[in-house]
Design a protein around this ligand. Structure first.
Ligand code: MEV
Length: 304
């Protein structure tokens, strides 16, 4: 058994398909080059020890308990996390779950394949967020830009290249569980309306798959704008997010939309390189903060 290991998992940004993916439709997600790392050490003690700073300890505990029970592991561990993801909606819960399970897999030679790692991580996340689609776990495991099927949970890799996206943080932390519940309430009251919206979203996600493969950025931008309109109809945008999105498009972005649950967190704007400064300025003028991230980073979870 190794003495100490560090495992890192990347954060993510949803490109298209949020909310619809919860109902079994597809989405497209990219990994970013900011990571959450878990350092582990086996200790001779009666208890585990977690040094986890700002990271959500519930997710680590759930991951350790789930692996321990399933694989009958008695050894105790010290786990220390460092996170570049906390507070921006970049997927820290999924990243910490994936990194912790991968670390235990390496320590105790469990031999998990990508699919096993997904299934175990997904089981853990759903203990806290029963409606979660699992797209963020797939992104943390595989990296790059992937097409994620919300029904089968299958992954198709679309690209390993950086996408020219500007990320604007709204300054507001989104409450994912709350936003998912809001859409679920609407779905219960007006299933016909939501179904039509989800089908339209899934059509544009499929078109976006081709646009990414063909590097057709104009088309991808147009699809992002259409996706934003549908998210507004679902009621998950906000005046601040609307303003940020509009400012980016007015300043020349191919397209812009919220990324993730909505209500807060980030917007993404697809741009041509020459327009970068102008569009960043426009977002800053609405009170947004620019996050400098490489979107589409090919690295998935790894030992570091
Ligand atoms: C939130 O990051 C994305 C949602 O689609 C929820 C999920 O897919 O688990 C709103």
């Amino acid at each position: 058994m190794m003495d100490k290991i560090t495992v890192s998992a990347p954060g993510k940004l949803m490109l298209l398909g949020e909310h619809a993916v919860v109902y079994g439709y597809p989405c497209i997600v990219s990994a970013v080059d900011n990571y959450l790392s878990v350092k582990g050490e086996v200790i001779d003690s009666a208890y585990d020890q977690y040094n986890i700073g700002e990271t959500n300890d519930d997710f680590i505990e759930t991951a350790v308990d789930t692996v321990r029970k399933k694989y009958h592991i008695d050894n105790k561990v010290i786990l220390t996390t460092t996170s570049e993801l906390t507070g921006y909606g970049l997927g820290s819960s999924a990243a910490v779950t994936v990194a912790t399970i991968k670390l235990l897999d390496e320590f105790f030679d469990i031999g998990l394949r990508g699919e096993d790692l997904f299934n175990l991580s997904y089981k853990c996340i759903r203990k806290h967020q029963p409606l979660a689609s699992g797209y963020d776990i797939a992104s943390a495991i595989y990296g790059g830009t992937i097409y994620f099927d919300g029904r089968t949970k299958k992954v198709k890799r679309l690209s390993d290249q950086s996408l020219k996206l500007i990320i604007g943080f709204s300054g507001i932390k989104a409450d994912t569980v709350d936003m998912v519940r809001k859409v679920s309430d609407l779905n219960e009251k007006n299933p016909d309306i939501t179904k039509n919206i989800f089908i339209s979203i899934s059509t544009l996600v499929k078109n976006a798959e081709a646009a990414i493969i063909n590097k057709d950025w104009k088309l991808l931008g147009k699809l992002m704008n259409q996706n934003q309109e549908l998210l507004v109809k679902l009621g998950v945008s906000s005046p601040k997010l609307d303003e940020m999105v509009k400012s980016a498009v007015t300043a020349g972005a191919y397209g812009a939309k919220i990324s993730g649950a909505g209500g807060g967190d980030c917007i993404i704007a697809l741009i041509e390189k020459s327009q970068k400064e102008k569009i960043e300025k426009a977002i800053i003028n609405t009170g947004g903060e620019i996050l400098h991230l490489d979107v589409g980073n090919p690295m998935g979870v790894c030992l570091s």
